[in-house]
Ligand binder design. Sequence first.
Ligand SMILES: [Zn+2]
Length: 457
Amino acid sequence: MLLTKANKRMSTIAIHADWIFSLTSTPIPNGWLVAHEGVIEFLGRELPPRFQSVPIRKLPNTALLPGLINAHCHLEFSDMANPIEFHGSFIAWIQSVVRHRAQANGEESIERRRMAVARGIEESYRSGTRILFDTITAPWSPDWIQSPSIPQELASSPEVGILRHALTGLSRFYVVPIPETLDIHQSRGDETIAFARRVHEQMGEPKNRQSSPTSSSSIMPRLAISPHAPYTASRNLVRNWTAWSQSNHGLVSMHLAESREEMEWLAERAEPIESALGRFRDQAFARQSSTMQDYVDAMLEAWLGIIAHGNYLDESLLTNLSAHRNHVAIAHCPRTYRHFHPDRSTQNYPLAERLRRGVRHLVGTDSRASNPDLSVWSEMQTMLNYPGISGEEIIAMATREPADLLGLADFGTLAVGNRSLCTAIPLSGTLEQEDIYRSLLTVGKSAVPLESMIVES
Ligand SMILES: [Zn+2]
């Protein structure tokens, strides 16, 4: 389509903000960002003359960040008003989650699931997330990934719609579905593997590929898979999927070293997990005896790997992970960690030490079964309590680091040619220069999609 001058003008917008955090160089005070059809055309302190006739929005008391990335989530639980309480046993908590899932059946459960996913997408979008890695179980449909709506109170004139489109291009939000598989019993293995194959076929269909028409790199072409956790998924299953990931350039995501109970079960088939598994597993699963090292080694074979939690990995395993940081990372979920460790202060979480070691960490919210909401920003603010960690390290875990791991060249940082799916941070005060990133996390009230701030001028 040939753009007339007026059209081109309308599909471009210049934003002025107090601060622009590009994550590639020092934050820009009083900066300008020009976007055209979802791609950044300019970033800097002085608006060049060629952009002075495009529509302008000045956003006082606002900082801009690259769009936030949620590396670990389960949207199917997004209809929960409150997390499921933890009473000291991790496996007992998992059993409560399974019971919650089983409460409805048939058509009703499918509809409830669809609504939960829709709610989770809306909530994530409104709290500034742009890409979300969703661990899914059946039933599920690619049609459930709907573009989130602009809040009603902000829906206004067509002109405003066009200006928002200038920032976002065609898609405002991306979900990477990660089908969960387990082989604790052969029948469960057959079911979940068939489910995963179906999802992969569906995601391979052109209509379900969320590619970006405005840039040469499609944002999310990857297929993904999740072997659930060591107490439900054998090492062989993990290995089959890591081999699959090599031939499909896919992502393998797995819960590992999340709880003390899991570590004790792996080491010596300890209670309470051993009894809890009893009636669900078959002989083949009961006979296998892999260690945490076996699982980590298997994950290191992945083309791309995300270890969800990894709270209890020991020094030698962390050393192995750091040697593979170019393709394997840990998704840390701060408030979920706090949910299961009410006795331990998050001030003790050795994240800084792990980062110094070179282990790549991303941020996840996990689900509303263990977290009060799906705000990545709140997860980042929780990490302000961790000793020895810089504000920039925290912010990078939800922006630059996941984009770099996943090879999303036009995401995770703000630069000319990158996607302009920005997250805006309304500020409740002025930023202090000394660790300005930490100051942003302290003074930043919330995170919202930038386009939601574009209203009538
Ligand atoms: Zn999880």
